[in-house]
Ligand binder design. Sequence first.
Ligand code: LLP
Length: 419
Amino acid sequence: MDHFELKNGELCAEQVPLAEIAREVGTPVYVYSRATLSRHARVFREALSALPKVHIAFAVKSNPNLAVLRLLAKEGYGADVVSEGEMNRALAAGIAPKDVVFSGVGKTRAELIAAVRAGIGQFNLESEEEGVELAGIAAALGKTAACALRVNPDVDARTHAKISTGKAENKFGVSHDRASGIYARLSALPGLDMRGLAVHIGSQIGDLEPSRQAFLKMGALMNALRVQGFKVTHMDLGGGLGVPYKAGEQLPTPADYGAMVTEVALGWGVTLMFEPGRVITGNSGVLVTEVVRVKRGAGHPWVVVDAAMNDLARPAMYDAWHDFVAVKPSGETMIANIVGPICESSDTFALAREIDAVRVGDLAVFRTAGAYGATMANTYNSRALVPEVMVDGDKWAVVASRIEPATILAAEQVPEWLD
Ligand code: LLP
């Protein structure tokens, strides 16, 4: 459920007509609904309420906007970060260092040092080598780094191959059969407090069974470690729950997910940690765009919009579907190809799709663009970096300004020796 609805024939974010934002900020522009974000944060927490000890660390990568992070901090969320940049954003938003989990397969030495100094709550180690390096850093700084070992359970999440992370051939974590040996060796190192395990099998998961299988494997590993005398007080079950991208699409809900986790993990006697991203932010945002041209084609007409693959990369990267609706629908429909202005054919949002009829100058939105939208934007074709707006009831504010091509140009220099 979200708060982007037609009011008097016009698509609004909460009480604010999207046309008003487009007029003042220009297009393309991302618009987030505060009420939707808060609602999703609460629904996800509520779904886990049968579990005694829960820590929810929002996956910053899905939407790192400072205002979004501040809102989630106020909802009591911690943060799951994968770079020093994300860590600094989470801290700047007011999330306590102890509530931050540092994930990621290639944390650099400089990042590990910065995170130990900042007092980050947990490092999710992706390898024995990383653990050894972190132990040395922490000991040298006179600190102890709390750690979980990320395990690759070799389970197929049945999602798009490019966002699947839990198969043996994926780069993430340590293999299930080597995990207890690594856990034992890392537990012996000064500087580390090995306190748990972590798993994350993929994103946009639409079937809970693979997650259940992975969690059962993690539970068995936890028991085996305890039998060997090791401490396991924390279990990080990652993120990955999918969201509907098409109107009417049925996916497991947070409540379904919570019931599954409760069934598997209620008796584990650990703090259960979660790293949701998309399920919190996905339906909380739309990308507003204007139709630049409607061009006759060999087949269906080409609707050329002013948003492109640099603003919303998901269709080009993962063949992802985003519903496209007019801001002032006339009630008529058309079948069209929707494309951006960028000079390659991958800049395609939809082919042969039935959409609201649109004409040049009309506004439209790509829905469910709050996760992995603005954060994956770039400036390809020397386009601006897309701005972001947050709405709250009848008020709204720009929460990330458009970065104009001239600003980016100003950061480039021609060396003297070229002239
Ligand atoms: N935890 C870890 C360790 C992750 O790698 C991810 C996502 C998450 C949590 C959050 O997953 P979520 O709850 O958002 O599914 N750019 C892609 C998605 C990449 C996901 C990467 N990892 C897309 O646009 O679909």
